[in-house]
Design a protein. Structure first.
Length: 329
């Protein structure tokens, strides 16, 4: 397995250069016929490899299957995804990411899985993550911002996901404060931000992204069918999960770098472009009470702004919101 990965790394370094069988066998410390056998196996797994007798080998394309190598290949980022961990099946990528972060994994490390067996949402809610149908990914960040600003990263991530869907599909995404991506009012993606911090310093933030891509209607669990959807259901198209991961990581890196330089205003502006139900009446549930008010957007710091019946504007940092259709149900 590790020889195979080294071989792919060598070939992936430069897709336009042929590497001779001799060179590969020397670098890897295996015979030329073993090199040839590896090539045949790679082809079986969906790698397209060109072999020319007087030049050597080169990789033409990677399979759509996810692996550390296939994700690395063609990823146009400078720091995000510099380290990639991929699992076929795991309880939750968040758990792995926490472990890695505690062991010192660098800023920009990403953890991905084809399937999560106990994926989770906020407040320990369940997050369905069926095999090969969506993006189940955690990003480790070590931002030099004050801990109380970390929720802004959730809003930033939501705008990134919305932008990627807007630019690359035929459907129109909306963001439900703070962290749901909706298409036709149904949830397509969710974000879970977790943080390890002291009073005035963040050790790390883990951003968990769950995005439904290729589920059919029948693939979506009954319990959530009335409120969940996938890109495929809404656009009648299948999408390459690998390509979507690339798009998200590239857009995220840009947005994050710009956020560190320019602060939150740009994120706020973008967020409000996608904000669901701005100007409309919503139901708000906080730890203390439940009331109805007009959703008036987000504040300069990302808090939820609602206008109460008496005209007073309230700023909320943590709440659940619903609109009336849901409240009546
Ligand atoms: P949330 O608490 O906002 O949403 C969870 C709720 O969403 C559930 O109670 C359920 O009603 C609904 N739901 C569950 N699964 C799905 C789904 N696949 N599609 C749409 N709706 C669903 C949102 O939490 C945050 C989700 C983060 C998931 C990522 S995946 C990678 C990482 N690993 C991990 O365990 N969690 C994160």
């Amino acid at each position: 397995e590790s020889t195979r990965n080294k071989l792919i790394d060598l070939l992936a370094k430069d897709k336009d250069t042929y590497i001779s069988g001799q060179m590969l066998s020397e670098h890897l410390g295996i015979s030329r016929s073993a090199v040839w056998k590896h090539m045949k196996n790679l082809e079986k797994d969906g790698y397209q490899i060109e072999g020319k007798s007087n030049k050597g080998y080169r990789i033409i394309s990677f399979p759509d299957k996810l692996s550390e190598n296939t994700i690395k290949w063609g990823l146009n980022t400078s720091w995000l995804g510099s380290k990639i961990i991929h699992k076929e099946s795991t309880p939750s990528t968040q758990v792995i990411a926490h472990q890695l972060a505690q062991e010192g994994s660098p800023h920009g490390t990403i953890v991905l899985a084809d399937e999560q067996t106990s994926g989770r949402g906020r407040l320990n809610r369940e997050w369905f993550s069926s095999k090969g149908k969506g993006i189940w990914m955690s990003i480790i960040l070590r931002p030099e911002i004050l801990p109380y600003l970390a929720p802004q990263l959730t809003l930033l991530t939501a705008t990134v996901l919305a932008e990627v869907v807007q630019k690359n599909t035929t459907v129109t995404p909306m963001i439900k404060w703070p962290n749901d991506i909706l298409i036709n009012k149904k949830k397509t993606a969710g974000i879970l931000t977790e943080m390890q911090a002291e009073q005035d310093q963040i050790q790390y933030v883990i951003i968990g992204i769950g995005m439904n891509i290729n589920q059919t209607k029948e693939d979506i669990p009954i319990e959530i069918q009335s409120k969940a959807t996938s890109l495929r259901v809404e656009s009648s198209e299948k999408h390459s999960i690998k390509q979507f991961i690339h798009l998200i990581l590239e857009e995220f890196e840009k947005a994050y770098d710009s956020y560190l330089i320019n602060g939150f205003p740009e994120v706020k502006k973008k967020w409000e472009r996608y904000g669901f139900k701005i100007g409309e009446s919503i139901s708000i549930t906080t730890l203390r009470d439940q009331f109805q008010a007009i959703f008036s957007g987000i504040a300069e710091d990302g808090a939820l702004l609602v206008k109460q019946k008496d005209g007073e504007i309230k700023k909320l940092y943590s709440a659940e919101i619903e609109w009336f259709k849901d409240v009546e149900e």
